[in-house]
Design a protein. Structure first.
Length: 318
């Protein structure tokens, strides 16, 4: 199979990909064409069907697995697939596992690490809150394991939400061990819960796209509501502790312009924001380096808008 991350300018390709998105458009000259996003487990590529009435273009729909024939070109600094032929593939011609990106780590093993961290939370109210999600709620557990942590930026794969959550909780735990004045129980609890709203913000693969709730409410508020609903079922849950855990979830993006309705107001909230940002940015850069090639004749990968910098690997990195 010709994986998308191996395609290069000038390649002529005949391969089956998932049509992740399809939209109709009109050129400046009034001619109709199709915009596509093609996907496999290694990534996505933009596609164009310039002649939608061509004999080689058979009927197809979004989320169909389609065999495409065409050429890979460079357009505005990125790769684009100019498609000359399309047909819907038969189910016997492909395996869905080739089209769904999945964590390189064992999802169940990572989830076991979450359970171990929960068992270390001594506060009975916080422990019960975590158990109500990660042990007792079977529907939540199933969804949490299958979801990504983002549409594209970082951990955008099956198991990505588990992987990101484990990493953030581990970093948060280390912060609390180094800075003894931080409440480890509060910080680890919030780290494990901070992104649970993403199970409602994003759809399952292969779409992995924003839901209506994701577009209009967002995972921060969705997660806050989920936590409050569980807390309401725990007898005598302390009101101040409820406020603290809610604040950490609401402020974990750190800044209003990044989607948090509140800025961090307690030390644990600052620590959670830093832990979340640390894991997200490191994973983003790792994925950029893994999924791209350095510029010809250089170690540099080019300017990246997320980091507002030209990036490369360090001289000692593997």
């Amino acid at each position: 199979m010709r994986y998308i991350n191996t395609l290069k300018e000038g390649d002529s390709v005949k391969e089956i990909y998932l049509c992740k998105q399809k939209s109709n458009a009109i050129t400046k000259n009034g001619k109709p064409y199709d915009n596509l996003i093609l996907a496999d487990k290694t990534g996505t590529i933009n596609g164009k069907v310039w002649d939608v009435n061509s004999m080689g273009i058979n009927n197809y729909e979004e989320l169909d697995y389609i065999e495409v024939v065409g050429d890979v070109v460079n357009f505005n600094g990125g790769l684009q697939f100019n498609i000359k032929g399309i047909r819907v593939a038969d189910a016997s011609e492909y395996s869905e596992s080739e089209y769904v990106p999945t964590s390189k780590h064992d999802i169940d093993v990572m989830y076991d690490n979450i359970i171990k961290m929960i068992n270390e939370v001594a506060n009975p109210y916080l422990n019960k809150l975590l158990v109500s999600f990660f042990v007792e709620d079977e529907e939540f557990i199933k969804s949490f394991k299958k979801h990504s942590a983002a549409k594209t930026i970082h951990h955008g794969f099956v198991g990505g939400l588990v992987e990101h959550t484990v990493s953030v909780a581990w970093i948060a735990k280390k912060f609390a061990e180094l800075h003894k004045y931080l409440s480890k129980d509060l910080l680890v609890t919030a780290a494990l819960l901070h992104d649970i709203g993403k199970i409602h913000e994003l759809s399952y693969f292969p779409q992995n796209d924003y839901t209506d709730k994701g577009q209009m409410i967002g995972h921060i508020v969705l997660g806050y509501e989920m936590v409050n609903e569980k807390i309401g079922k725990i007898d005598n849950f302390p009101e101040k502790l409820k406020t603290d855990i809610g604040h950490l979830i609401l402020s974990h993006h750190g800044e209003l312009e990044y989607g948090s309705p509140k800025k961090p107001a307690i030390p644990e909230a600052i620590a959670l924001n830093l832990a979340d940002n640390c894991d997200a940015k490191l994973e983003t850069m790792k994925e950029l380096i893994e999924n791209n090639e350095p510029q010809q004749g250089s170690d540099w990968y080019g300017y990246n808008r997320s980091f507002e910098s030209n990036i490369r690997k360090s001289s000692l990195s593997e």
